[in-house]
Design a protein around this ligand. Sequence first.
Ligand code: ADP
Ligand code: ASP
Ligand code: MG
Length: 438
Amino acid sequence: MSVKVLKFGGSSLADAEHFRKVAAIVKSEPDRRYVVASAPGKRNSDDEKVTDMLYKCYELTREDQDIDNIFFCIKRRYDKIINDLGLDLSLDKEFQRIKMAILHHAGRDYIASRGEYLNAIVLANYLGFDFVDAEKGIFFCDDGTFDAEKTNSVLSKILEKHEYAVIPGFYGSMPNGTIKTFTRGGSDFTGSVVARAARADLYENWTDVSGFLMADPRLVKNPKVIETITYKELRELAYMGATVLHEDAIFPVRAAGIPINIKNTNRPADKGTMIVKETDIPASKDVITGIAGKKGFSTIILEKDMMNGELGFGRRVLDVLMNNRILFEHIPSSIDTLSVVVSTDDIKDKKLIVAEEIKKAVHPDYISIDDGIALIAVVGRDMVSSIGTAYRIFKGVAEAGVNIRMIDQGSSELNIIIGVEEKDYEAAIQGIYNEFVR
Ligand code: ADP
Ligand code: ASP
Ligand code: MG
């Protein structure tokens, strides 16, 4: 029998109606054996995700404020799901234990992780599957990085003992036993880890859209679904803001050659998107595979006459960033200018010191640090062999009336990145989409 691992996102497990859809999907094939659950997400656009409510609990306790109200609202969400499904299950004891832990200043990650922990208990009960706690099979190293090898060996042994199981997403444990979460959206990563440990034939990632779309559906009306995409293209798009799949989620399955299928819980018959190896992909009909982007970048712009002949100029600038623990995204340069694109969040409190240190290190004629840049990545595995792709990107952006502030082509020739002012972000994405697709 083949093995499938399924991950359901927060919107797919937000209420009893969605739990019913999930159960129908899981039960429709006997090889759908391992299910990774997120915490309940938004039921409508005004609703709050349980994970966000749990982070609020943590903030309130830090400020020594009362958590009764918000804690009651969280409990009510689970109780409503349990009652609406008619389950013979009470989470009262779990909630008592969690509240005690929060009041005794439990860690931020522990508190946030309880959203998936509780939802997985409910889902396991509803499906009649075993509950396997992620803290027993997903591990981090002392430095907080994910321990892939220990996880894979322990988790595969655990899964062998359970024919059908539900595993909570988003967290695992540190060597000292405390709970640690992945970054936001991390249940996608858990799903991938479980798929590898179960030696699955397929990792199905169930969400609220019918696959990976060529652009963010909140910016472009009815974007086309991407039928097949390579792991690398997907990573580029996910990293640049297409949050439908966590940017790191491809790694565990890619190592094991397991394809990912992104599917819609509300429209299970739709084919969705298949994510596969470079060698397993048919020729694409479109020049570009997709467009994604993010706001919130700053550029450090440096000018100096004859910079091009100065050995170590770039390295000294990057040393300053490293010493201030700032990651850089791109370094577009010309003969006598160098710009470094960084996240505004990373640099906002360190601008003065970074500027001073750079001045000391490389004595530029001019330096400025400007905020308000949005980056847009146009990604496509066939771009390298298609003439005129860059021209068409610029044409699309120009027709949208937008000025391009920065251009960078990834050395893999898998993507072209442009920087625009944040106010032009939406128009630029629509312009590029119109040029290539409509
Ligand atoms: P889940 O709760 O299932 O993990 P997410 O909210 O994390 O779902 O991701 C799905 C959402 O990602 C979609 O509802 C959509 O609004 C957003 N999204 C952004 N870019 C894209 C894209 N290129 N394709 C599909 N969805 C996208
Ligand atoms: N519940 C977590 C979050 O909101 C993890 C996830 O949904 O994947 O980020
Ligand atoms: Mg998600």
